[in-house]
Design a protein around this ligand. Structure first.
Ligand code: MG
Length: 170
């Protein structure tokens, strides 16, 4: 049986991951609206990944005899002011999600819940990659975003991203 506090945090994370999906879908819509279809594609896939993350938390709770309680998903609460600002908001959000994952890990660690720690290991690694990707996008935009030709090429590059299912299977 899982610790009550750990279950509550895992359950809250389901909502946070769905919120991330919602937020990134909003980012995607913003970019498509701006004519930056490659950025739109990149964030639409990002939204799919976040939905996958939510489903993994649901599945993990199920596998441990707990039923996920679905809460209201907030409206995306970030004002999208420019193509670059959106990328910066994306990085900030990933850093926030990392702190949430670390917080659950900490709770699991404190009650010697090794099973949940092992489950979360994948997410710890995943968050490292997410932050690196988000940082990379901000850097690339800083380098190339002001030049229309370079921005066009960067947009094409991001348009080539294809969805792949998460490597974690429960
Ligand atoms: Mg996620």
């Amino acid at each position: 049986m899982l610790d009550k506090n750990v279950v509550e945090l895992l359950n809250a994370q389901v909502n946070k991951e769905f919120y991330s999906a919602y937020l990134y879908l909003d980012f995607s819509n913003y970019y498509y609206d701006q004519g930056l279809d490659g950025f739109g594609n990149w964030y639409r896939i990002q939204a799919q990944e976040e939905r996958d993350h939510a489903m993994l938390f649901v599945q993990y709770l199920q596998n441990n005899g707990e039923r996920a309680e679905l809460e209201t998903v907030d409206k995306p609460g970030v004002e999208l002011t420019s193509a670059k600002a959106v990328l910066e908001e994306g990085l900030k959000h990933e850093q926030y999600v990392t702190s949430l994952i670390h917080n659950i890990y900490d709770a699991a660690y404190s009650v010697k819940d090794f099973r949940t720690m092992q489950f979360l290991d994948w997410f710890v690694k995943e968050q490292g990659e997410e932050e690196t990707n988000a940082e990379g996008l901000v850097k690339k935009f800083e380098l190339f975003g002001d030049d229309p030709k370079s921005l066009y090429m960067l947009d094409n590059e991001l348009g080539a991203r294809v969805y792949s299912a998460p490597s974690l299977v429960l």
